[in-house]
Design a protein around this ligand. Structure first.
Ligand SMILES: [Ca+2]
Length: 480
């Protein structure tokens, strides 16, 4: 077609789509001038000015050629539609991608919020921990202060305790010295008195310390022991409490059969044990060559049993400041405090080889003992002289210095002291001049005692002369 614009394929479409109908027509009209006769165009298309929004129908018989829709127009429109569809798809893809991005964004925001919340929580926890640690450190500091204070206090108390101990030792030494001094002065006084009057000095004032009901004269040996009829087995019916009346002789009645074995009396507690009596208690014994049986407490439950208890102190219920005859025959309550009697101990001790056990208990409840490998007494004609073997134990040896000494009482002075040791120690014992032990002394409460004389129940190696033991037992047993 002469004077028309020529193009091919997509380039043609591209170049021509923006042209208006008038411009195209004008170009068509101007074309022959520009290009000459030999130019050809394979397609001719007209684009209406209005925007194409729907299908375009190319009606045959279109009245105006200028307005007629050609195949080219349709193809161009199709291409345009295709291109728009592609663009729409591209846009849809872009929208989809954007939607995913939005979702991801939402998720990220949510995670961010969660993270913020978690961070806040952790921060609060951290603050709490910091505060708690500060509180703990404060408490620790307070505790350390308290410990330091307590330590200082205990050190102060320990120091004070040492001071008191030192003072106590000094005071004890003073008391001991004073006691010795008093003894010396009394001796000196008696010597002066003796020189002036050339007659024996008066004895200690016995009336003040010896109860009136102590027998003055006991014609012959008997088992003059107080009995408490309130308690226990092997108790005699109708027996008295308290010391025997002066000059009376108490017949030892055999207890009811139900309390004692019919096999008794025994030679000693070991024989009773061997006869099947394994319980500690009161038994009747009759040592060899003895006319009358006597009561004794048998300790069958310590150290294999078979122990004959010859002396017992535990509550101060019996007065031990007594005469020779009392000490010879014995006194007290078999199930309480008592002294078996020198004659009984002598007769018991000569029938076998015996050993001695001294059991001591202080006021803190601590028990200690002193054991001697052998023990017996010489007869009355020898003043019941003490014969001891070697010591072993944990109480200390406070009896060996009395070994070989005769027995001294208030009314029979056989000690090595110029005065009467029984007067100072208020008991009966194998005094030397005077003693390292005084187990028949005065029963004081509480241990350390205050007295003009050293007259408590003391065992010098355990507590010294001014500590009175709470309980004491002396017992003898056949040597195995
Ligand atoms: Ca003397």
């Amino acid at each position: 077609m002469p004077g028309a614009t020529f193009c091919r394929g997509q380039d043609c479409l591209h170049n021509c789509q923006a042209l208006t109908k008038d411009s195209i027509l004008s170009r068509i009209r101007r074309a022959p001038e520009a290009h000459g006769e030999n130019k050809k165009c394979s397609y001719t298309f007209l684009v209406p000015e209005q925007k194409i929004t729907g299908p375009i129908c190319a009606a045959r018989g279109y009245s105006n050629d200028k307005d007629r829709v050609t195949r080219m127009d349709v193809a161009a429109v199709r291409d345009l539609l295709l291109k728009q569809r592609r663009e729409m798809e591209t846009l849809k893809l872009v929208v989809d991608v954007d939607g995913n991005l939005v979702n991801e964004m939402k998720l990220l925001r949510k995670e961010s919020r969660n993270m913020n919340s978690r961070v806040t929580q952790l921060y609060m926890q951290l603050l709490h921990e910091i505060i708690r640690k500060r509180d703990n450190s404060l408490e620790l500091a307070q505790l350390e202060t308290r410990i330091l204070n307590a330590t200082a206090e205990s050190l102060r108390l320990a120091s004070r305790y040492r001071e008191l101990e030192t003072k106590y030792a000094a005071l004890s030494a003073i008391v001991n010295n004073q006691s010795v001094l008093i003894g010396t002065l009394e001796e000196h006084c008696m010597q002066v008195y003796s020189r002036r009057h050339e007659e024996p000095p008066l004895g200690p004032r016995l009336v003040q310390v010896v109860p009136e009901n102590i027998p003055v004269h006991v014609p012959r040996f008997n088992n003059e022991i107080q009995r408490d009829n309130n308690r226990g087995f092997a108790r005699e019916r109708g027996s008295r409490s308290g010391p025997s009346p002066t000059g009376s002789t108490l017949e030892v009645e055999k207890p009811p059969e139900r309390n004692f074995s019919a096999e008794g009396p025994f030679r000693d507690c070991l024989e009773a044990q061997e006869a099947g009596h394994g319980t500690s208690g009161m038994y009747l014994i009759r040592p060899d060559e003895t006319e009358r049986p006597m009561q004794i407490w048998c300790e069958q439950e310590i150290d294999n049993g078979g122990w004959n208890v010859i002396q017992s102190r535990r509550d101060g219920s019996v007065n031990f400041f007594r005469s020779w005859d009392n000490y010879k025959s014995g006194f007290g309550n078999i199930d309480g405090e008592y002294w078996l009697g020198l004659e009984g101990i002598y007769k018991l001790g000569r029938q076998e080889d015996y050993k001695l056990l001294v059991e001591l208990e202080d006021w803190m409840g601590k028990k200690v003992y002193a054991q001697y490998s052998s023990f017996h007494l010489e007869p009355e004609s020898e003043g019941y002289r003490l014969r001891l073997g070697t010591y072993q134990g944990n109480a200390g040896d406070s009896l060996t210095s009395h070994n070989g000494k005769q027995f001294t009482t208030l009314d029979r002075d056989k000690d090595a002291f110029s005065g009467n040791c029984a007067h100072f120690h208020k008991g009966g014992w194998w005094y030397n001049a005077c003693g390292q032990s005084n187990l028949n002394g005065v029963w004081y409460t509480g241990g350390v005692y205050r007295s003009k004389f050293q007259d408590g129940i003391f065992w010098a190696e355990y507590g010294g002369g001014f500590y009175s033991m709470k309980s004491v037992r002396m017992m003898i047993r056949t040597i195995d």
